[in-house]
Ligand binder design. Structure first.
Ligand code: PEP
Ligand code: MN
Length: 366
């Protein structure tokens, strides 16, 4: 009796191995289907096909398992196979670490952003308002070692009656000031039709939060080879943000820098909520450099230092901050921009300026 059981158990062991082999073979085929579906843009889940497979299995079922059991066993198999296919799909995203393990380093006119390079500071006014204003800011920043100058010429404003930016004239002023002080110029592009202008005047194409899912803009900018600063949308998930970056990479532009700028939450004490975990996660999931915009995320001058430290502590590759000669009369973001003395105090309080040339490891002890 005991011998008989032992011999049957040996049969079971052998059948287990055969089942495993068949399941593995099935998984490999599912992976190949997943790769083909990814390439053709088709969805992995096909409920009609799944129902047809279950019907065929039930029709062929001769026991001893009842139909419901057969269905539930195979549903598990289908799900496991689909997960294999999906993992395959995820791995193929160009922004993912599995597609490229090493950190991307973006070269902006000789300033290297990403990986172990020192965190950069992107500073400048919210909007370019006049020749005097832009010159004063650019001079002050360049004097303190800043290399990347920001300033909006085309402004995405919530209120259509508020200052919309100087347009092309603003780009010209920004370019001239940047050249005068040997700075790289970062400015937001809102429309595909402006791309030739931006190609001429800017060093970094900024895609604003409100345009993060403007797919035509992403495609057009993706065909450029200029570095891109991609802000996270006001209420975008991390996945949506990375997908937006995927558009840029897919079109052939590898020079993408992500920028967390706070997301909309129920909190009213801050303009937006800085999502520090998104910064850390974006760096884990993707190989792209990540900046933190401390001005728009908090919307408060009294948080700039703390948010800067928080951003750098979770691995940000740089910080964006808005600076204006006289924020009280600024044509946009009056409440958030800081004046020159406040900027100098900010540099001193964050330790950013004096240590700008040092490695992150020395800066923050990790
Ligand atoms: C900006 O940086 O000028 C800006 C408009 O920011 P955001 O797109 O993040 O709101
Ligand atoms: Mn602003």
């Amino acid at each position: 009796m005991l011998e008989k059981i032992q011999s049957l158990r040996a049969d079971i062991d052998e059948l287990n191995l055969r089942l495993l082999q068949l399941l593995s073979e099935r998984g490999e085929v599912a992976k190949r289907i997943g790769a083909l579906q990814t390439a053709s843009g088709a969805s992995q889940y096909d409920p009609v096909r799944e129902q047809a497979m279950l019907d065929a299995l039930v029709a062929a079922n001769e026991g001893p398992f009842d139909d419901a059991t057969v269905k539930s066993l195979f549903k598990q198999v289908f799900q496991a196979s689909m997960q294999v296919g999906q993992a395959q799909q995820k791995q193929s995203y160009l922004t993912s670490r599995s597609a490229k393990a090493s950190d991307t380093v973006v070269d902006v006119r000789g300033t290297l952003i990403g990986s172990k390079h020192s965190p950069v500071l992107v500073a400048g006014p919210c909007a370019i308002e006049s020749a005097e204003q832009v010159d004063a800011v650019a001079r002050h920043l360049a004097d303190r070692g800043v290399k990347l100058f920001r300033g909006g010429a085309f402004k995405p404003r919530t209120d259509p009656y508020s200052f919309q930016g100087l347009g092309e004239a603003g780009l010209v002023l920004g370019r001239e000031a940047a050249d005068r002080y040997d700075l790289a110029f970062v400015s937001e592009i809102m429309s595909t039709t402006d791309l030739p202008l931006f190609e001429e005047y800017v060093d970094v194409l900024q895609i604003g939060a409100r345009n993060m899912q403007n797919f035509n803009l992403l495609k057009a900018v993706g065909r450029s080879r200029k570095p891109v600063l991609l802000k996270r949308g006001l209420a975008a998930t991390i996945e949506e943000w990375l997908m937006a970056a995927e558009y840029l990479l897919h079109e052939g532009n590898p020079n993408v820098i992500l920028c967390e700028r706070g997301i909309r939450t129920y909190e009213r004490y801050t303009r937006n909520t800085l999502d520090v975990s998104a910064v850390a996660l974006a760096k884990l999931e993707s190989h792209l450099p990540v900046l933190v915009d401390v001005t728009h995320s908090g919307g408060r001058r009294d948080l700039l230092v703390q948010l800067t430290k928080a951003g750098l502590a979770v691995g940000a590759d740089g910080i964006m901050v808005e600076v204006h000669p006289n924020p009280a009369v600024a044509l946009s973001d009056q409440k958030q921009q800081i004046d020159f003395p406040a900027f100098d105090a900010y540099l001193a309080d964050t330790g950013y300026h004096t240590k700008l040339s040092e490695k992150r490891v020395e800066l923050y002890g990790f």
